[in-house]
Design a protein. Structure first.
Length: 189
């Protein structure tokens, strides 16, 4: 089942995310946020941008979210994506289906471009994003320091709404028809 995340899901989402912080260089955070801090992250975008949970029999298996790429007004049609999956569902199509649902909602909202910023090294995430249709756009080397080493990031781009026509006004997630959101989530789950 796919559904939109709420603040009350923070602990379950954090259980998926925290191992990436503690054991890898995938996240540039040193310490996992508290459940309260994670709930605040969800609340900040709730009703604006999607956080989608993949859940099976009450267990959160992963999530995908979108957040603003940058704060300047001209960036408003571009978003950055993040996706985190429990190890047991990696390479089973859950990530692809989460992205399918996310991109469909983002298109309805009027977003035109999605960016993935992938820490290096992370060949699994790069392969996933490339297979999903993201294009490599460059690397920022030596930009972060974690686990005793300097790290870089690669930037990947995918059009949400292809074309070079002027963008339309954005719609908040909360402005979309709830039944339509439910159908999209159910179709991709």
């Amino acid at each position: 089942m796919f559904r939109l995340a709420e603040k009350k899901d923070a602990a379950a989402l954090l259980a998926v995310y925290a191992p990436y912080v503690e054991n890898t260089v995938v996240s540039f955070e040193y310490t996992p946020p508290t459940a309260e801090e994670f709930a605040a992250r969800i609340a900040e975008l709730e009703g604006h941008l999607p956080w989608i949970i993949a859940e099976h029999q009450g267990k959160v298996l992963g999530y995908v979210c979108a957040h603003p790429y940058a704060s300047r007004e001209a960036y408003q049609w571009s978003i950055e994506t993040s996706i985190y999956l429990s190890p047991e569902v990696q390479r089973l199509g859950v990530g692809r289906r989460l992205y399918d649902a996310l991109f469909e909602l983002l298109a309805l909202q009027g977003y035109t471009d999605a960016w993935a910023i992938i820490s290096q090294p992370n060949p699994g995430s790069e392969a996933f994003h490339k297979a999903y249709g993201f294009a490599f756009c460059g690397e920022l080397a030596h930009i972060g320091y974690k686990q005793g080493q300097w790290l870089g990031v690669t930037n990947w781009h995918k059009s949400v709404i292809p074309g070079d026509t002027p963008p339309q006004p954005l719609r908040r997630l909360g402005e979309l028809n709830p039944a339509q959101i439910s159908r999209i989530l159910a179709r991709h789950a």
